[in-house]
Design a protein around this ligand. Sequence first.
Ligand code: G1P
Length: 297
Amino acid sequence: MVNKAIIPVAGWGTRFLPATKAMPKEMLPIVDKPVIQYIVEELLEAGVYNIIFVTGRHKRAIEDHFDLNPDLELHLERAGKKKLLGEVRKISHLVNPIFIRQKEQKGLGHAILTAKATLGSEEPFIVSLGDIIIKGINTIDIMRQIYHRYGKSVIILFEVPRKDVFKYGIAKVRKIDNDTFLVEDIVEKPSPQEAPSNYAVVGRYLFTPTIWEKLEKTKPGKGGEIQLTDAIKELLKEEAVYAYKIDRNSVFDTGNKLDYLKTVITFALEREDINGELLEFLREKIEEKAKEKDKKD
Ligand code: G1P
C-alpha cells in the first residue's frame, strides 16, 4: 500500500505578490477553503494520511492550518456554530502532517530530495503539487491502481492548448489502453516548437524508490533549478513510467492570477449559498462592460 505523500510548499509565490509577502500562496482561498486543503483532501479521500510538507521560513500558516486550534474550537462551540466547528476540526483530526524545511530554494527536485531522510528510500511514495486542484476524479486512487498493476512509477497528464505548453512539464507518450500511456520522454516547460506533445504534467506523481538516485544526480536545469522533470527523464532510461490522462475539465490551476480567478468563480458558482447573487452580479458586470465598449467604438 502506497500510503505516504510529499507536498512541496516552499515556493515564494512571486506571481501573487504582494499578497504572498507574508502569507503562503497555498493559503490563498478558493471561496472559503485554502488551495492546500483541496490538495490534502484528495490524499485523505484516498486514505493517504501521512503527509510530509516541505516548507520554508515564511510558511508557518500552513502548519497552523493543519493543527488543532482549541481557542477557535471553544469559541465556535460556545457560539453554537456546529457546522463550522465540524469543518475546522475535520481537517486537523484526519491528517498526520510532518513538516520539514527546505533551507534553500533550489527547485522542485531539490524540495522532494529534502524529504528523503524522513520518508526513507525503500518505499514508493506520492508527490502532490500545491497549485492544481483536481475535481471529480481521485488521481491518487488511479495512480495506485496503475502501480499495483505494473509496479512502476505513474504520472497524471492533461491536454493543454499548444500555446500553454511552456507552463508545464510535457510528456511524449505511447498509448497502451484508453487513457493509460507509457511515457517515452519528458521535458520541462518547452516552447510550443520544442514540445513533444500537448500532454502536460498536472502535478500528481507516484514514484518507485529508484527516483531518489536520479534526483541525487540531477544537475540544475530550466531556470537554474533542480527539476523533478529532469530526474524523471533519467528514470525513464532505467524503468518504465506510466501515465494516465485526465479530462481538462477536471483540472483547476491556481498557480497564476487568471486561472486562479477562473477557479474561484467556477467554485463559487457551484455554491448554493452565493451562486444566485454572484451570477446576477456577473451578468450586470458583463452588460456594463459591453456598454462601455460600445460607447468607445
Ligand atoms: C511544476 C513542474 C511541472 C508541472 C507543474 C504542474 O511546475 O515543474 O513539470 O507541469 O508543476 O503544476 P511549476 O508550476 O511549479 O512551475
